[in-house]
Ligand binder design. Structure first.
Ligand SMILES: Cc1cc2nc3c(=O)[nH]c(=O)nc-3n(C[C@H](O)[C@H](O)[C@H](O)COP(=O)(O)O)c2cc1C
Length: 458
């Protein structure tokens, strides 16, 4: 069966699997846990993803100890420890050939020059496979690591993020593509006429200068934005090539997808130029029953105390005093610190869940799509979302390593390929080529259009 559209697939890379109880799963080898800060661990994940012809691997990041304020939870939560993304992705660039390399970096706790230089360098080192997942960091504990007393408020974070991204693009355009002439005969190494220094002053940034790195192979590394809020969608529609989001329910997902595509068109872009990618946990086994058993083993390892603490970390308040047999108080919707709070509240109310139930549910599923079943059952669910459409692709979360990811690559991917929904080969070239994205031209190469518009849309 041939499908005009093909799914975009990426795999999450973490020290321990993406399920909170994944690290304790009987199939997990303790040596793997000890290796969670070593290159080999991530290389194996990247090699599985590359064997599955996936578009990219993704490493999240947050410049803080996520549960430092909740020691009881911190003692039992294995997931939120991250190697510096640029260090990790650069090491992987040297040991992989085709897989795209997506890493998060915060616009709230870094500066445009450093980020522009890091991702431009990664793009050169990887022959055009670099991608920056733009996050504004919801983690309040990050503030202290950067000399701040308080965390930056959401609207301020997004105002800063928009300018930040624009500046990074201008820095990537410091040099025209052919500025580095390297001509020993004439002795000219660079054509100074092809240098475009940046001068920028605003309430957030003062920058006068330029990048000392050649224009990246992709022109601009691929831009992902991870968000679901109004501000996050607005930023993505204006600036991004892909949007990471958590959409666990079909109807809300349909509305979200349509809204995002409408915003993209309002920016004079084609709807395909921004891919909507849903986070999706995949627990697969040869039969539905076996997969359900695997899920049950993970779910049953979560107790209420852990669930309560995990939900408390979500909302940023200690909920341990609330009655477990009552619904969550609606007051939790006020000034949510990130869009996952109203999303989880909606799930609880739509499914009539008590605090106990939603606490266990959230710890188990984290607000993302959660698919359990045989390869056919999983492929059916992914196909339904792809054709609805509520997604152009998925960020696949494995419950544990390496068996959880291997099962996805050896069981689910072939089924999607058999249905013609996913490719069977890499396209030649860069990550942009593999995502079907144009390479942004240098503004100086475009006569008439507004430089900024031209740079963004190639
Ligand atoms: C798939 C996915 C990946 C994310 N990765 C990160 C990350 O690496 N670091 C981070 O601070 N936030 C990450 N986030 C959270 C978002 O950046 C953002 O804070 C969150 O979606 C809430 O933003 P919003 O309130 O604007 O929607 C991720 C979210 C999603 C859906």
């Amino acid at each position: 069966m041939r499908h005009p559209r093909k799914m975009i697939l990426g795999a999450v890379m973490r020290g321990t699997g993406s399920h909170v109880a994944g690290w304790r799963h009987p199939s997990v080898d303790r040596r793997m846990l000890a290796g969670a800060s070593k290159l080999d661990h991530y290389l194996r994940i990247a090699q599985f993803a590359e064997a599955g012809k996936m578009h990219f691997v993704f490493t999240a990041d947050s410049p803080a100890i996520t549960y430092q304020a909740l020691p009881a939870l911190m003692a039992r939560a294995a997931q939120d420890y991250y190697l510096d993304p640029i260090s990790l992705l650069s090491a992987l660039a040297a040991r992989t050939d085709r897989i795209g390399l997506v890493g998060s970096a915060s616009t709230s706790y870094s500066d445009p020059y450093t980020i522009a230089r890091q991702f431009a360098s990664l793009d050169h080192l990887s022959h055009g496979r670099a991608s920056w997942n733009v996050v504004t960091t919801f983690e309040t504990a990050a503030a202290g690591n950067f000399g701040r007393r308080t965390h930056i408020a959401p609207d301020e974070r997004y105002a800063r993020a928009g300018e930040f991204l624009g500046l990074v693009r201008r820095l990537w355009d410091t040099w025209e593509d052919d500025a580095f002439t390297r001509d020993p005969a004439s002795g000219q190494f660079i054509d100074p006429a092809k240098l475009h220094l940046v001068e920028y002053h605003s309430a957030h940034f003062d920058l006068e200068g330029g990048l000392n790195v050649e224009r990246p192979p992709q022109g601009h590394p691929v831009i992902f934005v991870a968000a679901s809020s109004e501000e996050g969608r607005a930023l993505a529609a204006a600036e991004a090539d892909a949007l990471f989001t958590a959409q666990p329910e079909m109807e809300a997902g349909r509305a979200f997808y349509a809204d995002v595509k409408r915003r993209v068109v309002q920016h004079g872009r084609s709807p395909e130029s921004l891919a909507v990618l849903l986070g999706a946990m995949i627990i697969v086994a040869p039969t539905d029953a076996e997969a359900q058993d695997r899920h049950a083993a993970l779910r049953d390892a979560i107790d209420v105390d852990f669930g309560v603490a995990y939900l408390s970390s979500l909302v940023g308040a200690d909920l341990s005093g609330l009655s477990l047999d009552d619904p969550l108080p609606d007051a939790l919707r006020q000034e949510p610190r990130w869009s996952r709070v109203p999303l989880v509240m909606d799930i609880a109310q739509r499914r009539n869940m008590t605090f106990r139930k939603i606490a266990l549910h959230y710890a188990d599923q984290y607000g993302h799509q959660f698919l359990v079943g045989s390869p056919t059952t999983i492929a059916d669910a992914l196909q339904e979302m792809f054709e609805a459409p509520i997604a152009d692709g998925f960020l696949l979360r494995s419950p544990y390593y390496f068996g959880g990811l291997e099962d996805i690559v050896t069981q689910v991917v072939p089924e999607l390929q058999r249905r013609g929904l996913f490719r069977t080969e890499y396209a030649a070239g860069t990550l942009r080529d593999n995502l079907g994205l144009d390479r942004p031209c240098h503004p100086a190469a475009l006569p008439s259009m507004q430089p900024a518009q031209a740079a963004l849309h190639g």
